[in-house]
Design a protein around this ligand. Structure first.
Ligand code: G6P
Length: 367
């Protein structure tokens, strides 16, 4: 069937706005909201005995992998390695027999990711695929397929597929944590219910669309933009920067906030907008102090947080977008949305071809 843009000017905007619904669809294939019960398809290996997890992907899917690394390590207490497929496939990494390889791909056809999967097979890993297209090559060659129910994604820059990947990974993390005895029932319930609320919270975040569109005016003529975050906010910073460069062609960099003093702080002046991703998680205070270092050098801070008052940001922040207060576990699913919207509105102001940015392809099936 033909897929239309509905009332939206671009597929990308339509897909951003679909997120409350498709995150819900994806969650509900594993999670019963009323009870908080999470059931994954049976895994053909003993989750409690897994020596190691390796997560491989490209592009935006790789940033979902990075978020999942923090989750699997902290919540399920299993050691995780992540890499981009194009590096991993040639690294000749030794892998412990009986480990798990997780392959994340919207299309399920990315050539480097598929090649990395073949390598993991040779290394006697179990293979789980998280794909949006269940009849894809990566799905076919995996032991277990967890399908994201994002629906067809047309915009070249991935949006809803990313948050649906995160939703799937979050269910997997909770289920693995339980199987490994890393969390008790109360903790499991807390995380599952936080997850069950994400669709409603995502709808609230979308209400900031107009404020973010206004903010885009302050960015679209800039040459460089910096994104900062810590913990799971770090991959979100990388994803925010990727979205912006993909569709607006503005140079953008994502950085771990604590690493800023080792280089990018040299770039800061009045002309550099700095997007700070700062949910109130265990890293919040440190992120805020990094942000103050930016403001002290004249940097134009755009603060994304659930606490945006003067106490948190001082009076020097250029702008703040207030997100709902949620369990830090689920924050990455919500903070994805403002960075998508910001990239979108900047690109529209610049007049680029938002859905078909130059030089990029939706699915990269050659090396
Ligand atoms: C291309 C797309 C990106 C996507 C990446 C990985 O570069 O433009 O949006 O994140 O491929 O694609 P996959 O289908 O494997 O998730």
């Amino acid at each position: 069937a033909m897929i239309g843009k509905g009332n939206h000017r671009h597929f990308m905007l339509k897909e951003i706005f679909e997120q409350p619904a498709v995150i819900g669809d994806t969650l509900h294939s594993y999670l019963t909201p009323a009870t908080g019960e999470i059931v994954l398809p049976p895994m053909p290996f003993d989750v409690a005995a897994l020596p190691k997890i390796t997560i491989i992907a490209c592009g935006t899917s790789f940033y979902a992998a990075m978020v999942a690394k923090y989750w699997f390590e902290q919540v399920a207490r299993v050691s995780v390695e992540v890499d981009v497929a194009s590096e991993f496939r040639y690294r000749e990494a030794p892998m412990p027999e009986g480990g798990l390889g997780i392959f994340i791909s919207q299309s399920g056809e990315t050539a480097d990711t598929l090649a990395a999967l073949h390598y993991c097979r040779e290394q006697k890993q179990h293979i789980v695929a998280i794909v949006n297209v269940p009849e894809s090559s990566i799905a076919r060659e995996s032991d277990v397929v967890l399908q994201t129910l994002a629906g067809p994604e047309i915009g070249v820059a991935s949006t809803k597929a990313f948050t649906c990947q995160l939703a799937t990974l979050a269910c997997m993390v909770i289920s693995f944590a339980r199987a490994r005895g890393a969390i008790d029932e109360a903790e499991e319930d807390r995380l599952a219910f936080a997850l069950a609320h994400v669709p409603a919270m995502a709808a609230q975040v979308l209400n900031h669309d107009e404020a973010i569109r206004d903010l885009a005016h302050a960015i679209f003529e800039k040459r460089d933009v910096l994104y900062l975050g810590r913990g799971t906010g770090y991959p979100l910073a990388l994803e925010g920067a990727l979205k912006l460069k993909e569709i607006s062609y503005i140079h953008a960099e994502g950085y771990a906030s604590g690493e800023m003093k080792h280089g990018p702080i040299a770039l800061i002046d009045e002309e550099v907008p700095v997007i700070v991703i700062a949910p109130t998680d265990r890293w919040f205070d440190k992120t805020v102090s990094n942000m103050r270092e930016v403001m002290a050098r004249g940097g134009k801070v755009i603060f994304l947080s659930d606490v945006t008052g003067v106490d948190a940001v001082g009076e020097d922040a250029f702008a703040a977008i207030e997100l709902p207060s949620v369990d830090p576990f689920v924050a990455p699913l919500l903070y994805a949305i403002p960075v998508q919207l910001l990239a979108y509105h900047v690109a529209v102001l610049k007049g680029t071809d938002v859905d078909q940015p130059r030089n990029l392809a939706k699915s990269v099936t050659v090396e």
